[in-house]
Each structure stands twice: as C-alpha cells, then as structure tokens.
Design a binder for this molecule. Sequence first.
Ligand code: NI
Length: 182
Amino acid sequence: MAVKAILKMGEPSLLIKAKEVKNFGSPELLQLLQDMRDTMSQANGAGLAAPQIGVDLQVVIFGTDQLNPRYPDAQPVPKTVLINPKLEYLDEPSGDLEMGWEGCLSVPGMRGLVPRYKHLRYSGFDEWGNAINRQVSGFHARVVQHECDHLLGILYPMRMTDMSQFGFVDVLFPDLGPHEDD
Ligand code: NI
C-alpha cells in the first residue's frame, strides 16, 4: 500500500499540462498505478489523475466495481487505466451540454454543477500499451472528461458557468448523511 497525499486546488502543479507517457509496462509506471489505485480507494474516489499526486504524466484511473457511496445515483463505470488519452466530443458542433454535479478529491468537501458533453469517444492506452477505444455517454462520459481535464491543468470549478451552483456538500445535500471528506 502506498497511499499518497492528494494535492489540493491552489497547488500550481495542478494547473499545468501533463507529459505523454513513453515507456509502457515500466516498473515506474506500474508503481505509479498501484499508488494511484491505493490513493483513490482510500479516498473513495470515482477517479484520480497522476498530477493529483504530484506526477506530471498523462495517466488517469477511474471506475468502480460497485456503486460508489459518493455517487449513489450514478451508473457503474468499468475500472479503467487510461494513458495519453484523446477525447472526441460527439455532441459537437451542436454543443449539447448536460449539467451534472461533480466533486473532486483536490477540492475536498465541495460540489459544483458542471456542463459536460453527453456523448464522447475516448482513446488511449492501458499500462501495457494496449489500445483503448470506447464510445460512452452520461456519467461515464462525465468522469472521463473530469479526469482528462486534470491532464490539461483544468479543475472542474474552471468549467462551471454558474458559480451560484458551487458549495459545500453538507450544505447542498444535507440528506446525504455521513460522507467522506470529499
Ligand atoms: Ni478531480
């Protein structure tokens, strides 16, 4: 187990573009992924990007085996390692965005209503360099956009269009009951 500290909003390194991974299957990459899995599961997150633990590489993980208690209404998303991702928004050019609540382990205790594309195709690689290519929608598409934004130095509040819909989770959702810090 190597649970790493999760960097919080305000940290300059969360605002930079991450570098491409060149060496698939390397011990360093496999160790990074183990650290990310340990850190995400301990924090009960739906996803984590390498820059959130201070590693400047285009690596994200997301998904859960079962429903995430932080997102009880969400569709299950398969556990995925996605490296050097490319996103293609299938809603363009109509720009048909859907609003949805998001949280982030780097913005603990907060939630915000964020516009995202409903449908997208994403491609990239797993840790061994095997190609991934999926067409997804809804919550799965939202999670991918959120995590890949971390690789561009973008946190979800920077995507928000109505800051009146940004607040503390225990105030916004008092009926949610006890929750993780984020
Ligand atoms: Ni996040």
